[in-house]
Design a protein around this ligand. Structure first.
Ligand code: GLN
Length: 443
């Protein structure tokens, strides 16, 4: 294919699936060794960076985020910034100010969120790897809905320098690809200490010896409330794992049920402080009426620039931090976070990994998502939030297809802090056995 043909195909694919918020007019390899894309909350000097928000329209960073910088240094070319829920607030990528990316298996359905565009790009583009970000499930959820592999490293493994913060104690940069060997190839590229992000400074090196998972704990609590087609595909995957000699034990982790309320208190508390910087002065839109008093100017810009979900989270997060409520909500949620970490620690004394389905249902129709209440939205994250609260590494492996509608189903492995090597081996071993279906891409 000539460069011009490659480019016009990329444009047509994007028009159909809307996975890019911005993409390179010259999306061809040139001298590059590989092509990659990145979620639009990672700054990049070539493109406007908006993190899915109207308020950042026009913001053109002067530097690349550390993971983008490292991918480029390894010979990669950034072909586009992927569409996402505003600031990462969502599970379906339906909260973006720039349209909704479409699931490549069914255009009426969601790609998942908030790294929906990255999962879509990983599913439809050959030989592709995309940088995603997870705060509470935003890599594993879309990877599961789009039928690709997705890895979230230990908190602190990858520098957050240049990442537009959602929740600083939770945000992690990871990778999505249809090819599991790409995770092993590029995770070492983006990891490492970075003095520009203090939380990335103390960590054991990423082991490349790649040891194997030989036993998994499957918590009973993770299977209640899961749709029948997901249980069925997950059940067959468990049988397959047993047949390759992996010990599968049913366990109880009652602490998991407190993870969702704790996460939404902590994540919104952090998000509400992070969003305070967007007032139409330093970043993005600056189109308010400057003859007003400064707080009226800020209010106008924020009213016009933030979407409904961002506003909801500012209110919620401000409330949970207020004097008088702080102990009841914020401090309590921090205690629950410790309980969740402890619950994993206990499981890792006897097992290499905790295994659950990734999402309780396959990707829903966009028309059904619009009818969901915020609480129903949040509850959908009950399997992906716990490892994010604990800061433990985790992986989505596609594990089957719904017997009802053919949509992909994913399973999620969680290992102890710094044990990404076991996840990488799992993904590669599974990739050799699992018959991955790629969506038909017709443009
Ligand atoms: N769905 C979760 C939320 O809305 C997680 C999103 C994320 O990881 N960015 O907060």
């Amino acid at each position: 294919m000539s460069d011009a043909e490659t480019m016009s195909r990329l444009k047509a694919i994007n028009q159909r699936y809307q996975m890019f918020r911005a993409f390179c007019e010259d999306g061809t390899p040139g001298d590059a060794k590989f092509l990659f894309s990145a979620k639009d909350n990672l700054t990049s000097s070539e493109f406007e960076t908006c993190a899915g928000s109207r308020i950042l329209e026009g913001y053109r960073p002067v530097f690349d985020a550390a993971p983008i910088e490292k991918m480029k240094a390894a010979g990669g070319k950034l072909i586009g910034k992927t569409n996402m829920d505003e600031f990462g607030f969502g599970t379906f990528s339906a909260n973006s100010a720039f349209g909704i990316p479409r699931n490549p298996f069914d255009l009426e359905r969601s790609c998942g969120g908030s790294s929906g565009g990255s999962a879509c790009a990983a599913a439809v583009l050959d030989d592709h790897v995309s940088l995603g970000v997870s705060t509470g499930g935003s890599i594993c959820c879309p990877a599961s809905f789009c039928g690709v592999y997705g890895i979230v490293p230990t908190y602190g493994r990858v520098s957050r320098y240049g990442l537009i913060d959602y929740g600083n104690s939770l945000d992690k940069v990871g990778l999505l690809s249809a090819d599991p060997s790409k995770l092993s190839r590029y995770l070492p590229v983006i990891t490492g200490k970075d003095p520009r992000d203090p939380t990335s400074c103390a960590q054991p090196e990423l082991k490349l010896a790649h040891s194997r998972i030989s036993s998994v704990a499957v918590p009973d609590e993770a299977l209640s409330g899961v749709a029948a087609d997901v249980r069925e595909a997950f059940g067959s995957a468990l049988e397959e794992l047993k047949s390759i000699g992996i010990e599968v034990d049913r366990v109880s982790m009652p602490e998991l049920k407190y993870a969702i309320p704790a996460y939404y208190v902590l994540a919104t508390s952090e998000a509400s402080t992070n969003l305070a910087r967007y007032v139409g002065m330093r970043y993005g839109r600056q189109d308010g009426d400057l003859s007003q008093k400064f707080d009226d100017y800020f209010t106008d810009v924020r009213t016009a620039g933030f979407g409904d979900e961002a506003k909801r989270r500012i209110l919620l997060g401000t409330y949970t931090r207020m004097e008088g409520f702080r102990d009841r909500y914020y401090a309590k949620a921090l205690q629950v976070r410790l309980e969740v970490i402890d619950a994993y620690r206990k499981q890792f004394e006897g097992h290499d990994a905790v295994l659950t389905p990734t999402m309780p249902f396959v990707s829903p129709k966009l028309s059904d998502i619009s009818k969901m209440t915020p609480v129903e939205n949040y509850a959908a994250d009950f399997l992906t939030v716990p490892p994010n609260l604990a800061g433990t590494p985790h992986l989505n492996c596609p594990c089957g297809y719904s017997s009802e509608n053919g949509m992909p189903v994913g399973m999620q492995f969680v290992t102890d802090h710094w044990n990404e090597d076991m996840l990488l081996t799992m993904a590669e071993d599974w990739g050799k056995r699992f018959d991955l279906r790629r969506p038909e891409v017709s443009v």
